[in-house]
Design a protein around this ligand. Structure first.
Ligand code: NAI
Ligand code: MG
Length: 355
């Protein structure tokens, strides 16, 4: 099995180094090959996603990704900016299913922005469709309005669209994930206003007939946003489109204490996947050795479970992370009085020791 390791920019290199250290400590039989991506690749080769990096990712069984981006690239043309690398990888690998578990570890209950009783024991899974919706729909652009409230005025427009196969495949992913969990799916839509999401609701309901053992609930996105902060534990698997999923998964991430704790997996139809922390390259703390590597280490655990068929190894990593938290070790983002402040490398070493 081959893992493409793409650290990227900023804290990406620091946190991926710790995840690689943890993977090596498992003593499993896989090959890892590293390549440049994002701003680092732009500086070396003039492109954020060089041909060789893309080829390595396409041929690997899984991609372990850090983060890309830095303020110093803000002036570049859009197609040369580091962030294009992650969009290009998602698109060319067909990574349509994005998994973002929001788990509030017992030791971090006090770090959440919600009351402890609302988040203690929280373990929900947001599944976001990643390659369709208004983020990719054509046509889009700017023009002079011919109708609407201000005919003759300059306007911009995007197109929200989903095809039946796109909805069917993400619905199957959600129902199958629910079978491994508490067997409940909440499909989030805006069917009361948008035709795209009435269609979404209809197709999800049809696919549900193949999963009579799973409970399906439909919820409007505005209500879902409210319920996530009112009673987040009522959810188990949440499935939704690209834009609603983008927003709700960031909202859910804040329930867990720190963005530095949140892993993610993006899968295609062949179970090839890209695994990355939910956060970015954090240029404000890059190079200081203080970034929290746990989101990336937990992403490596998801990689072992989903793409490399090593569920026991994944469990071992997750237990090791809980054990270092139980020892009171904290990077600055989750530090609280009474705990021990550690740096990125010390946290990685502690996970290896706990393994
Ligand atoms: P960010 O997630 O990089 O940082 C937000 C805040 O969280 C910062 O204060 C940062 O210090 C902190 N933070 C993030 N990860 C942390 C960790 N592991 N440990 C401790 N603290 C952590 O988001 P921001 O600042 O909006 O974006 C910075 C750059 O990252 C931009 O260039 C952006 O485009 C890029 N980005 C890249 C992503 C990716 O590669 N998938 C995703 C999101 C942003
Ligand atoms: Mg987002």
């Amino acid at each position: 099995m081959k893992i493409a390791v793409l650290p990227g920019d900023g804290i990406g290199t620091e946190i991926v180094a710790e995840a690689v250290k943890v993977l090596h400590a498992l003593d499993l039989d896989f090959e890892m090959e590293t390549a440049l991506v994002g701003g680092a690749a732009y500086e070396a080769f003039g492109h954020p996603l060089p041909e060789a990096t893309l080829k390595l990712a396409q041929e690997a069984d899984a991609v372990l990704f850090g983060a890309v981006g830095d303020w110093k690239f803000d002036q570049l043309e859009r197609h040369l900016r580091p962030e294009q690398a992650i969009l290009g990888l998602r698109k060319s690998l067909g990574l349509f299913a994005n998994f973002r578990p929001a788990i509030c570890y017992e030791q971090l209950v006090g770090a959440s922005s919600l009351k402890p009783e609302l988040v203690a024991g929280l373990d929900i899974l947001i599944i976001r469709e990643l390659t369709g919706d208004i983020y990719f729909g054509q046509p889009r652009g700017r023009r002079t309005a011919v109708d609407g409230h201000f005919p003759g005025a300059e306007e911009a427009f995007d197109t929200m669209r989903y095809s039946r196969p796109e909805i069917e495949r993400i619905a199957h992913v959600a129902f199958q994930a629910a079978r491994q969990r508490s067997k409940k799916v909440t499909s989030v839509d805006k069917a009361n206003v948008l035709e795209t999401f009435q269609f979404w609701k209809d197709v999800v309901t049809e696919v549900h007939q193949q999963y009579p053992d799973v409970e399906l609930e439909h919820m409007y996105v505005d209500n879902a946003a409210m319920q996530l902060v009112k009673a987040p534990k009522k959810f188990d698997v949440v499935v939704t489109g690209n834009m609603f999923g983008d927003i709700l998964s960031d909202e859910a991430s804040m329930l867990t204490g720190s963005i530095g704790m949140l892993p993610s997996a993006s899968l295609n139809a062949k179970n090839q996947g890209l695994y990355e922390p939910s956060h970015g390259s954090a240029p404000d703390i890059a190079g200081q050795g203080v970034a929290n590597p746990l989101a990336t280490i937990l992403s490596a655990a998801m990689m072992l479970r989903f793409s490399l068929q090593q569920p026991e190894a994944a469990d071992r990593i997750e237990s090791a992370v809980q054990s270092v938290l139980a020892q009171g070790l904290r990077t600055t983002d989750i530090f609280a009085p009474g705990t021990t402040k550690v740096g990125t490398m010390e946290m990685g070493d502690a996970v290896v020791a706990a393994l």
